[in-house]
Ligand binder design. Structure first.
Ligand code: CMX
Length: 133
């Protein structure tokens, strides 16, 4: 793994949260993106090398809707950048982590992604991501 790529925060209303986090960071999001396959609207803020992603559910099937129903708003996942996602998925599966997809999927912000089940990672939802070049 190379570095923390971003931290994902589940929010109920992304427009309101964009305003709130713009005040916090002193800048606007650099990207707003709907990811239909994940049923989310996202926004990304950049501070130096560090990114924060806000996520709002676009429907009740969304992982974000379920998370907010159960736990409320807050930190939803930590994403780590990897050089070769397929190799890293193989390595982590062999180490006993539970992958939530067998193949990498297309995620937000021009990335191939794969999640690890939080039950296999001490209660933390981990995302692997590789930049699409
Ligand atoms: N962080 C930590 N724990 C979490 C969690 C999270 N984000 N989401 C769910 N859990 C916990 C639940 O609280 C529950 O724990 P308990 O059994 O102790 O109550 C357990 O995981 C439930 O697991 P489950 O029944 O297997 O599955 P759920 O239906 O709750 O779904 C998960 C959980 C992680 C499998 C599902 O949310 C998922 O597939 N996530 C990956 C995709 C995703 O999150 N997409 C949105 C973001 C997309 C993006 O970044 O662009």
């Amino acid at each position: 793994m190379l570095k923390i790529e971003h931290i994902g925060i589940a929010v109920k209303n992304i427009e309101q949260s964009n305003e709130l986090f713009s005040k916090l960071f002193g800048k606007s999001p650099y990207k707003l993106e709907k990811v239909e396959s994940e049923n989310v609207s996202t926004s990304f803020f950049m501070m130096g090398e560090n990114k924060v992603e806000l996520l709002e559910a676009t429907n009740t099937d969304s992982a974000i809707a379920k998370f907010i129903d159960k736990k409320g708003e807050g930190i939803h996942h930590i994403a780590f950048e990897v050089e070769n996602i397929v190799e890293e998925m193989k390595r982590l599966k062999a180490e006993g982590f539970v992958l939530l997809s067998e193949e990498p999927k297309k995620g937000a912000d021009n990335k191939l992604i794969c999640f690890l089940h939080p039950k296999s990672a001490n209660g933390v939802l981990i995302e692997l991501c590789q930049e699409i070049k």
